[in-house]
Design a protein. Structure first.
Length: 113
């Protein structure tokens, strides 16, 4: 077994994605990889405390104590600004139909006019 593995640590911002490839020891945890990536210093809004940012590996929520495997992609998630279920409930209550892209059905055809 190799002594080191290569992983990526990713933090998605609204306008771009920060991807940090790093090489770590084979027994590295998710938390240790995030700390080694330098993202905590670059983006102080990231919090790994309880109730802070959620993390995952390839879009699957993962505890900070999970040991990484070679080529894992560790993702740090930003909090949602709106609950998608609540937005749908509000639109349904207002009687607005939704299109596939999430916009209102009554304004969907107006972009081309």
């Amino acid at each position: 077994m190799a002594d080191s593995i290569r992983v990526e640590v990713v933090y998605a911002l609204p306008d771009r994605q920060e991807v940090v490839p790093i090489t770590v020891s084979a027994d590295t945890t998710v938390q240790a990889a995030i700390e080694a990536s330098g993202l905590l210093e670059k983006y102080p809004e990231i919090s790994l405390d309880k109730g802070g940012n959620k993390v995952g590996i390839y879009a699957k929520l993962t505890p900070l104590t999970t040991v990484l495997r070679d080529r894992d992609r560790v993702e740090v998630y930003r909090p949602l600004i709106a609950d998608p279920k609540e937005v749908r409930r509000k639109r349904a209550k207002e009687g607005k139909a939704m299109t596939k892209g999430g916009g209102d059905a009554d304004t969907a055809g107006e972009e081309g006019t």
